[in-house]
Ligand binder design. Structure first.
Ligand code: CU
Length: 186
């Protein structure tokens, strides 16, 4: 509880660039101060969508943890197209493997790739519908303008069935998502 409280507080203070109106929306979104009182104030409601000023915080997520580019042993290119598809749309990873996911936008509109649990991605997509201009940047996502590419370097240190998706409103609903299976280490 203590930890969460300080986390939420820091997160808000860390967002000086957020204009007052947006900050209010953000507060409402975060459910403050309710979020501080509830043990299950989770999902990414804990974190405003603003870029942290400091280095990337490596926080353990159910689907793994951020890694340094030099740690990546394998690069997987994932193409994103305007028919709202990722290809490939399924990845198999061994537990403990660090991948460079290189998202290549072959389309004419913005796309993004976000890794998470299906639940987390669904919640996030709902939030994107309510706050379409919300900025976000986390080490498990990449926003890729048309014709460009973006990398995610991630260590899949927990086994399980995860997903990746483009959470841009309309894209997610059109099925722009894929699956990741992290196979347990023997
Ligand atoms: Cu998209």
């Amino acid at each position: 509880m203590k930890y969460r409280q300080s986390l939420a507080t820091t997160a808000i203070h860390r967002a000086p660039a957020v204009p007052p109106a947006r900050r209010l929306a953000l507060m409402a979104l975060l459910g403050l101060p309710i979020a501080l009182a509830l043990p299950r104030a989770r999902a990414h409601g804990d974190q405003p969508h603003s870029k942290p000023a400091g280095p990337v915080v490596k926080e353990q997520k159910p689907w793994g943890i951020a890694a340094e580019p030099r740690e990546a042993k394998r690069t997987v290119e994932i193409r994103m197209t305007d028919d709202m598809r990722f290809s490939p749309s399924h990845l198999e990873v061994r537990q403990g493997e660090t991948l460079r996911l290189r998202a290549v936008n072959r389309g004419k509109v913005m796309h993004e790739i976000v890794i998470g649990t299906p639940e987390e991605l669904n919640e996030h997509a709902e939030m994107m519908k309510k706050f379409p201009n919300m900025e976000h940047d986390e080490p498990y996502m990449a926003h890729v303008p048309p014709g460009q590419r973006g990398d995610i370097v991630w260590t899949f240190n927990r086994p399980g069935e995860f997903e990746f998706a483009c959470l841009i409103p309309g894209h997610f609903e059109a099925g722009m998502r894929g699956t990741i299976r992290v196979v347990a280490r023997k």
